[in-house]
Design a protein around this ligand. Sequence first.
Ligand code: PHE
Length: 454
Amino acid sequence: MTINDRINFGSKLGVVAAAAGSAVGLGNIWRFPYELGQNGGGAFLIIYLLCVILLGMPIMLSEFIIGRTGQANAAGSFKKLAPGQKWWIVGLMGVFTSFLIMGFYVVVSGWTLEYIVQAVSNQFINKDTATLSRVFADFSTGTLRPIIWITVFMIITATIVLAGVQKGIERSSKFLMPLLLIIIIALGIRAVTLPGGIDGLRFLFKPDFGKITSEVVLSAMGQAFFSLSLGMGCMITYGSYISKKTNLSKTVVQVTMLDTVIAILAAIAIFPAVFSLGINPAQGPELVFITLPNVFAHMPGGYVWAILFFVLLCVAALTSTISLLEVIVAYFVEEYKFHRITIILLATAGILFLGVLSSLSLGVWKDVQIFGMGFFSLFDSLTSKILMPVGGLLIAVFTGWKLNKDSMLEELSGGGQFKTNFFKFYIFLLRFVAPVAISLIILNQLGLSQWLGF
Ligand code: PHE
């Protein structure tokens, strides 16, 4: 494919919508609240926001620049920008990371399908927290049912990716995001007005700095990379589809703000309800699935809201899995000349295999442990706490130290039309702040900081 016939996202809204579709997903609504709940509430939120601003935004911009300048998949773009060097391995690492993320992400995506069915058949009404927890536990630790939903979900993802970049991804992202936003706001209003809900807001917005540990910092950083789809080539791949006329830095600001607002709104919908209903905020991955059905049961029109919410959660998951699969597909199609359909089928089979491992690790195989974790937590922790931050670090080093600054400026200014007055600060973040912060956070958690004597 030559530069000119590479498919572009059709409209400006299309790019933002597709990148936002990748970023906004289970990470915001399912993972962010439970990570926050397990990591001390308000203090986590502050570190998370710092990571988003100081690491996430510059790295997303770098990924867009790499992709749009390289005009290829995650590894191919590096090959074009640094021919004869080994930087493409960063892209390859991203393809591998995509697989692993998909390996647990499809499990939770499958849960959303189950909950659509439960919402439609009015299962939440008149059930107390204990019953809702039991229903979730019985379902998620079961064997066949979760696997069926994973399979259904993967078939939907694969079909959309097969339909191609522009048609499939852009159309599905465009109008569903605003709808999701409206529903979460409605949920938030209901949750905050529950008796005792104010304690939830206090937990969320009143930081207790005594709770900050190296684990909390690493979790917040991992969550920032995960939620913004960074460090694994996703935004490089999407960057390669962005038209040359688009203002990249503005796109970064829009995507990051939307992603962050949705995560915070999700937390506002969940924690007041958690405190009002006496649920443990550090419950873990089941938090959203036992809290929100409870809120729906207490809401006028709860039946309809519940259906709408789980349908949109499922769609939000879908626009993320589409982007993850696209990283893998673009790589094999461009680097190894696979037919799109062949690699989609192969990747789907591989992902299903990992998905089944993850799902079973919550039930019958819960005793199968690697590094003290089942497959589900292993795929989750390995990707968000190690692979994505390390990928992000390498991307920051590549764009901060290696890539030609004039060509980066050219890419950002769109021939002088767009503001680039942040450029020096941006390069400073890439050169120093990101590499130092990411290394220290990971080393600190591994306990190496003590060993190194600081
Ligand atoms: N950002 C997505 C979410 O928050 C997950 C994701 C990670 C998607 C990495 C693509 C790449 O749900």
